[in-house]
Design a protein around this ligand. Sequence first.
Ligand code: AQP
Length: 333
Amino acid sequence: TPRVFSGIQPSGGLTLGNYLGAITKFVDWQDRGTHETIYCMVDLHAITVPQEPATLAHNTRELCAGFLAAGIDPERSILVNQSQVPEHAQLAWIFNCVARMGWMNRMTQWKDKAGKNAEKASLGLLAYPALMAADILIYHATHVPIGDDQKQHLELTRDIATKFNHDYGVEFFPLTEPVIEGVATRVMSLKDGTKKMSKSDPVDASRINLTDDADTIARKFRKAKTDPDPLPGEAAGLDDRPDVRNLVNIYAALSGHGVDAVLAEKAGGQLGHFKQDLADLAVEKLAPISSEMARLMADPAEIDRILARGAARARKITAPILARTYEIVGMVR
Ligand code: AQP
């Protein structure tokens, strides 16, 4: 069976961006049933920047709870924590030796996160995309649902697969397709419509967390940055209004209606009213998820059992692919 793989870092709590850009797509792929679906908490990626150990463990379990609460079924999908399947890191080493420094230096996420102080960034942060390529290719996954920000890393995954196949004269690793669909592929900060909503943004009011209660969600939308003009009648009217466009996109994604349909209904309305409608809709959609997450988090041992089972299932796929890779490379076993 063809496989879908995707991952999320336990580098903070889940945001509305992760939910709309990634998790809802994960559930769609699972429910479609055309592919084997593998979803991963990528804890090895999270430590490319400093993480407090107890917080990392908490965030990993909470991320698992988020997947489950949003509709990932651990029977129909493989739900796995990256460090529990050692083949991810083992293949990543091989890929570190396939990828070129120049490729890594060109990644915009590296440039953004390392900033001007690249000398002080971890080597892991630079190598991040090679580990991501390994995450995907250790399952020979062909489709990867992601938000828009990960597109460049997916291209690098194809470059690594191509170079490996070429260098060793094999057709072993498939070329992976990114799947970037819908109106919420890039949910923006509530405080700056030109910046991505991010779980590690120091300003909590910039994002909606899946664990936020109804009052917090309403307050964050009410205080979201916007301009004083009413809503336009069509999408072209949002061109120079990134903050308003972001709220309209979020509304469209949560309601399942297109941007045009939302604007047709809301045209001429004041932003204050729209923000209230948006908050109501977000609470309606997110409250069941956050309460289910809280219920699951009350029993961490059950989460650990689900992860252990996921790792065992994953290794049935990853162990033979790693063994064959080592054989191709010439490692004596
Ligand atoms: N704002 C977003 N809009 C749409 N999709 C998003 N994703 C993240 N933010 C948005 C998608 O969620 C998946 C998991 O992302 P990640 O946790 O691996 O890393 P990230 O993209 O770096 O996400 P964050 O929230 O910004 O984390 P930090 O702050 O730790 O870097 C990916 O598919 C991503 O596209």
